[in-house]
Ligand binder design. Structure first.
Ligand SMILES: [Zn+2]
Length: 409
């Protein structure tokens, strides 16, 4: 059966939109330059020939996914760009994990191409007339076009620009989107402030990276992260986001463009900063409090995951009574179902806000949770005078009667 476009986007977005809050320095090591062999000009090819070549590789890419064949996939990934090569393979494995390798073969169509510097070609690719990505290819000179990304040198020297609340670090390769990303970041801050009532005054460094090679030791399954530095004045707080128009960014609705997806991711990350800087990181001992709040604010829609899991009784528990920590308090250490866990975390926060005293009720529980040293039952009794069992029953009833019906309408 063919998947719906929404399922398709969620499937791909499940990886793309996962985020991490890092409380210690990420293992970002200054990138070592990757030098690719000089690529003779593709100028002798007509645009139609280039499109034909890229389309052929895309068909192989789709086939590799359908057949769960990583060796086949490898034939259309740049063999000389090692960090990117590893990145694509890791994403492939992660995406196939959730799908058991039983995928129907998708059809991707090259809509148009833009010939960039260094003989790289950026292709706008459409799936099912709805979803779009912008991927970069280069010609291996034997008729094979491989998926690639610019090297660190090709990405260009970092440019730094300060505004009132942000220090932007951007790269010349992404010049066509940099100004817009900056304005989306400001929108994101406005949204966080409107929703939570407060936003940090401290300035944060925001880096928009168009290539994985810039930070080849970052987790390839994370599209963005916020790092709290701990300094009182906010110096060193940092967000890293993958640039739109890159493989890293992932699929978006062709009709609406990447802007809203990116603004939502920026809103998510900035919520983490606001939580840390403006709300004292209350409740941070439970991952669902941290990620649930960010999901509640960010506008990213994952409820499809929740609909299925609820119907099939495959929810990730709020508290894993077996002690193996496969629960919402430990989202970052879940073996599987991370996107579902984010969806559930958001739904718990939404329940509290709607039924248990608004955002004030949420912050009271968050504080009580840390005060009780991570004992949810104690925190709930101290906050709402109910047990964990009663809370869970109330939450599930609300999911069934209010939250999920509104979603599936
Ligand atoms: Zn997050």
């Amino acid at each position: 059966m063919k998947r719906s476009i929404t399922q398709f986007l969620i499937l791909l977005g499940a990886v793309t939109l996962a985020c991490a809050t890092l409380t210690s320095a990420p293992t970002a090591i200054p990138a070592t330059a990757t030098t690719l062999p000089p690529s003779p000009t593709a100028a002798h090819l007509t645009e139609a020939e280039i499109i034909k070549g890229i389309q052929k590789s895309l068909n192989i890419y789709a086939n590799a996914y359908a057949e769960n064949d990583i060796e086949l996939l490898a034939t259309v990934i740049d063999p000389d760009n090692k960090p990117f090569n590893r990145f694509i393979k890791t994403r492939f494995r992660t995406e196939q994990e959730g799908y058991d390798g039983n995928r129907t073969e998708d059809t991707y169509l090259v809509d148009y191409i833009i010939q960039r510097e260094y003989n790289l070609v950026q292709a706008h690719i459409i799936y099912d007339e709805v979803a779009a990505v912008d991927w970069v290819f280069r010609d291996l000179q034997d008729g094979t076009w491989v998926l690639t990304e610019p090297t660190v040198e090709q990405t260009g020297q970092v440019m730094v620009r300060n505004t009132e609340y942000f220090t932007f670090r951007t790269y010349p390769w992404a010049d066509e989107v940099n100004a817009q990303v900056e304005s989306l970041m400001q929108n994101a801050r406005d949204r966080v402030k409107a929703k939570l009532g407060k936003a940090p005054d401290e300035r944060i460094e925001v880096e928009i990276i168009p290539t994985y090679g810039l930070y080849p030791h970052d987790d390839p399954n994370v599209v963005a992260y916020y790092r709290f530095n701990g300094a009182l004045n906010g110096v060193g707080d940092r967000m890293v986001i993958y640039a739109p128009n890159s493989y890293l960014f992932g699929w978006y609705y062709n009709e609406f463009g990447w802007e809203i997806d990116l603004e939502n991711v920026l809103t998510h990350e900035y919520t983490h900063m606001a939580h840390q800087r403006s709300f004292g990181n209350e409740g941070s001992m439970a991952d669902w409090i941290v990620e649930g709040l960010a999901e509640y604010v960010d506008g990213i829609d994952r409820a499809y995951d929740l609909v299925d899991a609820f119907e099939n009784d495959e929810m990730i528990p709020l508290v894993d009574e077996t002690g193996s920590k496969q629960d919402l308090a430990n989202i970052y250490s879940l073996d599987t179902g991370v996107s579902l866990a984010y969806a559930e975390a958001e739904a718990v926060v939404a329940y509290i806000v709607n039924v248990r005293g608004g955002l004030d009720g949420f912050w009271r529980l968050a504080k009580a949770y840390n005060d009780s040293n991570g004992n949810l039952d104690t925190a709930l009794r101290n906050t709402y005078n109910i047990s964990q069992k009663e809370f869970e029953a109330g939450w599930k009833d609300w999911l069934k009667t209010v939250y999920l019906p509104a979603y599936t309408k």
